[in-house]
Write a protein that binds this ligand. Structure first.
Ligand SMILES: Nc1ncnc2c1ncn2[C@@H]1O[C@H](COP(=O)(O)OP(=O)(O)O)[C@@H](O)[C@H]1O
Ligand SMILES: [Mg+2]
Length: 301
């Protein structure tokens, strides 16, 4: 079981889209995958065709399970509240694809509860996952809310690895930098119990390199210089991704052979490679024109 959280201090950068597309891609490859939605807006569920309502379905909400765990009241096992969405990957001969879904009222309740308990409770989700799922899933992908939420820390503490992402806009780079610091703080905050590793940041909603502006170039430079280890693969701005998000069937399933599906395949490979190598060995995105630079130019610079 490898747990990967997708996180940024910023909202709207593409965390949920990334989580569901990478999760589906892994399951299409025959792996057993759990997508875990820690975001009160519950959009990972929507993207996989599951929408919980507070009246009838909150019993299935991960938010309720977390609140109950914090309140030390009896709760259902996570395996009894999760949804099996394997049908989505069936046509690809896929593995198991499951979802632990969020619901707004109950997840907000959990978010508020985490603010009132000591920080030593932050690993509660990690403990639940290890106890219940160590044998069941190859990968657990966690969709997190922006870092202002107490649930963000809970998601990072539950993870072995934290992947971040930016858009071609300066503030999103700052969002990833803050996130990286937050990942590094988890170990001491949980007194050594949780040791998530920062996996770098990729560019989501990128522009084609042929039409890069000065801002695009500067943002990549900033990512390199601030230790964000930008991925070689980026994910282009593509309406297929946003449209699929609202169909309950992520883009990789609808367009596996289109460039928008293939880039998730390449990104996933880079992510998995990073999980098994030290960061000094990670290939990172190069500045445009960098490969053409002669030794003399490099010396002048
Ligand atoms: N590469 C992309 N191309 C086009 N639209 C995208 C892309 N990535 C995300 N989106 C869209 O942007 C919006 C915000 O993305 P989302 O994944 O919900 O971000 P977050 O979870 O970080 O708030 C959604 O409508 C989503 O479909
Ligand atoms: Mg989201």
């Amino acid at each position: 079981m490898k747990v990967i959280a997708v996180a940024s201090q910023k909202g709207g950068v593409g965390k949920t889209s990334t989580c569901v597309n990478l999760g589906c891609r892994l399951a299409m490859d025959g792996l057993n995958v759990l997508i875990l939605d820690l975001e009160p807006q519950a959009q990972a569920g929507s993207a996989l065709g599951i929408n919980l309502t507070s009246e009838s379905d909150s019993v299935h909400s991960l938010g309720l399970a977390l609140s109950d765990a914090l309140g030390r009241v009896e709760r259902k096992a996570l395996r009894d509240i999760m949804f099996d969405r394997s049908e989505l990957v069936e046509e690809f001969g896929g593995g198991r694809l499951c979802l632990l879904a969020s619901e707004e009222a109950t997840m907000t309740m959990a978010q508020n509860a985490f603010v009132t308990v000591p920080f030593t409770m932050t690993p509660v989700l990690r403990r639940m996952l290890v106890k219940e799922f160590s044998e069941d899933f190859d990968y657990i992908l966690i969709d997190t809310p922006p870092a202002v939420s107490s649930l963000n820390a809970v998601g990072m503490a539950a993870a072995d690895f934290v992947l971040s992402l930016v858009n071609p806009e300066y503030p999103t780079v700052k969002g990833a930098m803050i996130l990286k610091e937050a990942v590094q703080a988890v170990e001491s905050l949980t007194r050594g119990e949780c040791t998530p590793r920062f996996l770098g940041a990729f560019m989501n909603r990128s522009n084609p390199e042929s039409s890069w502006t000065v801002e695009d170039v500067n943002i990549l430079g900033l990512m390199i210089n601030s230790g964000l280890y930008p991925y070689v693969t980026d994910v282009r701005r593509d309406r297929r991704i946003s449209r699929a998000y609202f169909d309950g069937k992520p883009a990789v399933l609808q367009h596996p052979n289109h460039s928008c599906g293939k880039q998730y395949t390449e990104l996933l490979q880079e992510i998995l490679d990073r999980t098994t190598t030290p960061e000094e060995q990670w290939p990172i995105a190069e500045m445009p024109g960098a490969e053409e630079e002669t030794e003399e130019e490099a010396e002048d610079a």
